[in-house]
Design a protein around this ligand. Structure first.
Ligand SMILES: Cc1cc2nc3c(=O)[nH]c(=O)nc-3n(C[C@H](O)[C@H](O)[C@H](O)COP(=O)(O)O)c2cc1C
Length: 279
């Protein structure tokens, strides 16, 4: 098998992207680095990775982030009042976001043992109206990606079935980085059941615990269309800003290419369950 040329190109709801790795939404990148979301978005551009802009919890003006090149998705919460969403959602397309991620697993303000003073400081710049989330007023907005997390039990096939009724293009199997409820199962363990339940009616992505190209390959083999990376991006950002994020993404890409070569796979669409060891 000639594996000298390996392509990471993939199709996500009909559009071709350079790789099946996205940057997961996360709050306040300025806590990791002074250049915040702009640094992350620039690194995404350099590595041809999709950046997800967190419209609720970002201190970086959106205009600055949008000045960076490269594909971007918009992340929203189902914030109250609904008027806020009615402003944000129709604008998304005009601003060049081909898709919107909706977090559905946080229907209540989080219980935190403590809030770091730094986070409290950063939160001061965030619109309090936006922070008054999060009931679920209306999921039935066409062309929307519904981000599914485990907090509401969404990792189960039953909830995947329920989510499908709202017509999402993509369901994201995720336990929100384990940040909402303790003792939730790893997303990767829930992935296959959700993929089977969805049965091609939406694309399925996965996040939480994807730390290497090998993790990404296993997720793709289990039926995920793409993977999202949360904390590793923030660690790279904290270490050395844009360069750090680019390094993280480069490592993930190299590992994925290497592993695909070892498995005799030259393109993403050739990845399948046969490469996995069966117990
Ligand atoms: C510091 C931090 C902030 C986050 N903020 C959000 C958020 O505002 N909305 C959301 O839907 N998910 C948020 N997430 C969850 C990520 O989108 C993602 O599900 C998770 O980080 C993926 O797991 P990983 O960190 O193991 O890669 C956050 C995660 C982290 C680590």
């Amino acid at each position: 098998m000639d594996v000298s040329e390996i392509s990471l190109k993939t199709t996500i709801f009909g559009s071709i992207y350079e790789l099946p790795i996205l940057i997961a939404t996360s709050a306040c990148h300025c806590l990791a680095h002074v250049d915040g979301e702009v640094a992350t978005a620039r690194a995404a551009t350099e590595t041809q990775c999709i950046f997800t802009y967190n419209s609720t919890f970002s201190n970086m003006p959106e205009e600055k982030v949008l000045q960076t090149l490269g594909p971007k998705f918009l992340h929203i919460y189902l914030t109250k009042p609904i008027e806020i969403l009615e402003q944000i959602v129709p604008q998304a397309d005009k601003k060049g976001y081909p898709a919107i991620f909706i977090t559905c697993d946080q229907p209540h303000e989080r219980i935190r043992d403590f809030v770091l003073p730094l986070f409290e400081e950063a939160s001061k710049n965030i619109d309090p109206e936006l922070m008054k989330n999060m009931s679920i007023p209306n999921l039935n907005i066409p062309g929307i990606i519904v981000k599914q997390h485990f907090g509401t039990g969404i990792l189960s096939p039953i909830d995947a079935e329920l989510a499908i009724k709202y017509g999402p293009n993509v369901i994201i199997v995720s336990n929100h980085g384990g940040r909402l409820i303790d003792t939730v199962p790893p997303a990767i363990q829930c992935l296959e059941d959700v993929v089977n339940a969805v049965d091609g009616r939406a694309e399925v992505f996965v996040d939480t615990g994807i730390r290497s190209g090998t993790d990404a390959l296993k997720a793709l083999a289990l039926g995920a269309r793409a993977v999202l990376i949360g904390r590793s991006i923030l660690y790279g950002l904290a270490c050395s800003g844009q360069d750090g994020v680019r390094r993280v993404l480069d490592i993930l890409k190299h590992e994925l290419v290497y592993d695909m070569a070892c498995c005799g796979l030259t393109s993403i669409d050739k990845i399948n369950k046969d490469i996995l060891y069966k117990h």
